[in-house]
Design a protein around this ligand. Structure first.
Ligand code: ZN
Length: 361
């Protein structure tokens, strides 16, 4: 239970119906009372939501007793839940699409100062799957004409964000990138895959032209049972990620080192700049450089081809060149010249980083 004072600073959001006049007589609607209110955790933080009811302001109107409410407020979160849909969907995405672990998700949420415990995260993952189940039939139905004409190429993927934890199995239509079935289990047995994933997809009644998967042996067996004779290709992205893993990991290690070094060095300079008088043009330029550095540090990679360490290194080189040019132009007071030379020294910390790729079988 939260204490009242913890709720004191929570921003209040009031929702009213979109109608402003009575649909019966045209008189303006008047605010009546709060229909419900609740504290909601969204990606933007905790908010106190009020849904305010309105009714016709003319007492003799035949619809004077009808209360109008905000549809938008009702759509912020599932009924009875104190977590917003935006948060639920984001957690599902982190978990199943970006393969993040519970701990990683908890860290991101804590950094955003959102009060979501590990237990909550687990519950929200279940909510996410329930939403996915509920939403997909309509989306599949909307593509009926396409599937009738072109059939389906299905991709089958088992994801296990954490070893020993439950796995998510996704069957998607590869051309439209549409999720057809999603299930979580603790086992990846071939008969389960066949019965719970492939049979329901066959049951949709469209021609299945081919299957793409990571070629896991249970998946291969299940496809042979349920879809005999259908072409089954190993997913090229999986193969490339697998082949590029040593490089990707070496690059990530370089990025982490660079990030740690540079953050520690930029911090004192940023502090000095933030305390300098506001109207100084040179300070403003240097602050921009600091912001540029911080922005470069935020870059993230994506296996197999987007290497964040390399990207960061290029970005630092660009910043260094630019700072040196700035220094040469002169016209900068000596105290700032000192800051500039320190900044450009930071931008290129120790010559060339060492991408030490370990060959690990
Ligand atoms: Zn009215």
């Amino acid at each position: 239970m939260r204490k009242a004072k913890e709720n004191g600073n929570v921003p209040k959001h009031y929702y009213r119906p979109t109608l402003t006049t009575c649909p019966r007589c045209g008189a303006p609607l008047r605010r009546r009372w709060t229909l419900w209110d609740k504290y909601l955790v969204t990606l933007e933080g905790r908010v106190h939501i009020f849904s305010v009811g309105y009714s016709c302001s003319r007492p003799r109107c035949s619809q004077a007793r009808v209360i109008y409410r905000s549809v938008e407020a009702e759509q912020l979160s599932p009924k009875g839940s104190s977590f917003g849909y935006d948060l639920i969907v984001q957690i599902g995405r982190w978990r199943f699409w970006e393969h993040r672990t519970l701990d990683e998700i908890a860290i991101v949420l804590a950094a955003k100062h959102l009060p979501v415990s590990r237990r909550h995260i687990l519950n929200l993952i279940s909510d996410f799957l329930a939403l996915l189940h509920a939403a997909q039939p309509a989306k599949i139905e909307a593509q009926r004409t396409y599937f009738k004409r072109h059939g389906m190429v299905i991709s089958l993927d088992g994801r296990e964000p954490e070893q020993g934890n439950e796995m998510l199995f996704l069957v998607r239509e590869a051309n439209l990138d549409l999720t057809l079935v999603a299930e979580t289990w603790y086992s990846s047995r071939a008969d389960l895959i066949s019965r719970q994933l492939l049979e329901p997809v066959k049951g949709l009644g469209f021609r299945i032209r081919a299957v793409v998967s990571d070629a896991d042996k249970n998946i291969r067996r299940a496809v042979e049972t349920s879809l005999p004779g259908r072409p089954h290709q190993a997913c090229q992205v999986h193969c490339l990620c697998e082949a590029g893993r040593p490089i990707f990991e070496a690059d990530r290690a370089v990025k982490t080192d660079l990030r740690r070094d540079i953050r520690a060095k930029v911090r004192p300079i940023s502090r000095v700049l933030s305390q300098a008088p506001q109207d100084n043009l040179q300070d403003a330029v240097l602050s921009d450089y600091c912001e540029g550095l911080r922005e470069a540090l935020r870059a993230d990679g994506l296996s197999p081809f987007e290497l964040a360490g390399l990207k960061l290194y290029d970005e630092l080189q660009r910043l260094e060149t630019s700072l040196r040019r700035c220094q040469k132009k002169g016209g900068i007071p000596s105290c700032l010249r000192y800051s500039i030379s320190r900044l450009s020294a930071i931008a290129m910390p120790s010559g060339t980083p060492n991408w030490n790729v370990k060959a690990n079988g």
